[in-house]
Design a protein around this ligand. Structure first.
Ligand SMILES: Cc1cc2nc3c(=O)[nH]c(=O)nc-3n(C[C@H](O)[C@H](O)[C@H](O)COP(=O)(O)O)c2cc1C
Length: 172
């Protein structure tokens, strides 16, 4: 039986949700990660950067853009110490500026992925994975990356619970 980790990056607080700014207690990708865990078991790991992004949504998206342009690797609060124990890693993140949040790269580049499967899932405002899978391929050294990952609209994540769980079960 594969030992499963569900590692995800997700924001709380202000977000753009289909025309309005709403305040989320739990981010869309976080919700999807929990659905996956309910479906296939495994452990959750929250990828969190040390420096908090601005609370204001528009200031925050500018900060994220700057990190992308600078190819930054923001420091993380912690790493998953026992990654060696897992052979299958669902990796979830939001689409940011057509790619992925830079803290996800800090996480990915920390490990040697040889012998491990990464199964990506993304939530977005409509652009799905964007170019993030190509970025992941370069960054996750040695990983077997599943290219048929799951893309869900952030605002529709709850509506898609059954679909997310069906997809996750198929992967195991
Ligand atoms: C900094 C930033 C950049 C974003 N860029 C895109 C984008 O390029 N394309 C897109 O479809 N959605 C984009 N979004 C929307 C998010 O992908 C979407 O709201 C996602 O579901 C948020 O996930 P979370 O609640 O788990 O953080 C962006 C959101 C943020 C905060």
């Amino acid at each position: 039986m594969a030992k499963i980790l569900i590692a995800y990056f997700s924001m709380t607080g202000q977000t753009w949700a289909g025309g309005d700014i709403v305040d989320l207690e739990k981010g869309f990708t976080n919700i999807a990660a929990e659905y996956i865990q309910q479906a296939v078991g495994g452990d959750l790991f929250h990828i969190e950067q040390v420096r908090q992004y601005a609370k204001d949504h528009f200031a925050m998206i500018d900060e994220a853009k700057k990190e992308l342009q600078e190819n930054a690797r923001p420091a993380l609060k912690k790493f998953c110490d026992d990654l060696d124990d897992y052979d299958t890693v669902f990796l979830g993140y939001p689409n940011w500026w057509g790619s992925l949040p830079m803290p996800v790269l800090t996480f990915v580049e920390h490990y040697d992925w040889t012998g491990k499967r990464i199964i990506p899932f993304v939530t977005s405002g409509g652009s799905g994975f964007g170019r993030s899978l190509q970025v992941l391929e370069k960054s996750a050294k040695g990983a077997d990356i599943d290219k048929s990952g799951l893309a869900v609209l952030g605002v529709q994540v709850e509506k898609n619970k059954a679909e997310i769980q069906r997809w996750a079960k198929e992967k195991i």
